[in-house]
Design a protein around this ligand. Structure first.
Ligand code: ADP
Ligand code: ADP
Length: 229
């Protein structure tokens, strides 16, 4: 589903690469935690998958496509395959929960009739069926993240990237968010989540990939946050 083939990314010539000779593959249906200190390259890895930045050398493949061969006019359709969730939610502040989700469908031209079915369905899935009319600031952090996940997933992308999605949330709220991501993964999506949430990683016992200074130092099928080796 996602493959990095000897990828090095250097942002500024003469500086240390953000990622060095990265060789890694995420299969369809994987649930992967990306762990590592701030600056270890987790966000860069995600930005490469979204084709927000290009590798300095090596190739990135998403759903069988070599991203260097995806012309810029096709990047929007590539990104339609990928949902993205952020630590700071990034909801449109003047739009309701319903409208935030609706917006993701409107921009890709989804017919109204489908929108009217899909948005309530997603609100229901994320447990906010009765809060569609709330503005983001009228929702708790956990609820805002649920809206953001609903927006990211409403057009059923095959990949969901989450960059520290529980970074602003308390442990109990984080647990609910992880359950939601696990449910989405259970529906077949490949989920890649960068995180410092030790509790979440240890509880879930999923694949763990650890980066140190742009190098993969650990890749375990059922890993924990800290290396046990
Ligand atoms: P993480 O997500 O693990 O915190 P990043 O991928 O954001 O790591 O950063 C990896 C390295 O790349 C860091 O040294 C960071 O300073 C550098 N970096 C990230 N984005 C940029 C950028 N746009 N320009 C220059 N350097 C960057
Ligand atoms: P249309 O005008 O396209 O026929 P609707 O009548 O379904 O659409 O909805 C109009 C607006 O009302 C939507 O953009 C949305 O902001 C709001 N809305 C509709 N259904 C809900 C709901 N279940 N929860 C919250 N807001 C809703």
């Amino acid at each position: 589903m996602i493959r990095f083939d000897d990828v090095t990314k250097t942002y500024l010539r003469g500086t240390r690469p953000a990622l060095t000779n990265l060789d890694i593959e995420f299969e369809r249906g994987d649930f992967v935690f990306l762990v590592g200190a701030s600056g270890s390259g987790k966000s860069t890895l995600m930005r490469l998958v979204l084709k927000e930045t290009a590798p300095t050398s090596g190739s990135v493949y998403v759903a069988g496509k070599d991203l260097s061969r995806v012309p810029s006019w096709k990047v929007p359709s590539l990104r339609r395959e990928i949902g993205m969730v952020f630590q700071d939610f990034r909801l449109l502040p003047t739009k309701t929960a319903y409208q935030n989700i609706e917006f993701a469908l409107a921009v890709i031209g989804t017919p109204r009739k489908q929108v009217r079915r899909l948005v309530p369905e997603m609100l229901e899935m994320v447990g906010l069926a009765d809060k569609g009319r709330r503005l983001p600031h009228e929702l708790s952090g956990g609820e805002q993240q649920r809206v953001a996940i609903a927006r990211a997933y409403v057009n059923r992308p095959t990949i969901l990237l989450a960059d520290e999605p529980t970074g602003n949330l308390d442990p109990a709220t984080s647990e609910g968010i992880l359950e939601l991501l696990a449910e989405i993964n259970g529906q077949g999506a490949t989920v890649v989540m960068a995180t410092h949430d030790q509790g979440a990683v240890d509880r879930m016992s999923r694949r763990v990939v650890e980066l140190v200074d742009g190098h993969v130092v650990r890749d375990e099928e059922h890993g924990t946050y800290e290396s046990t080796a």
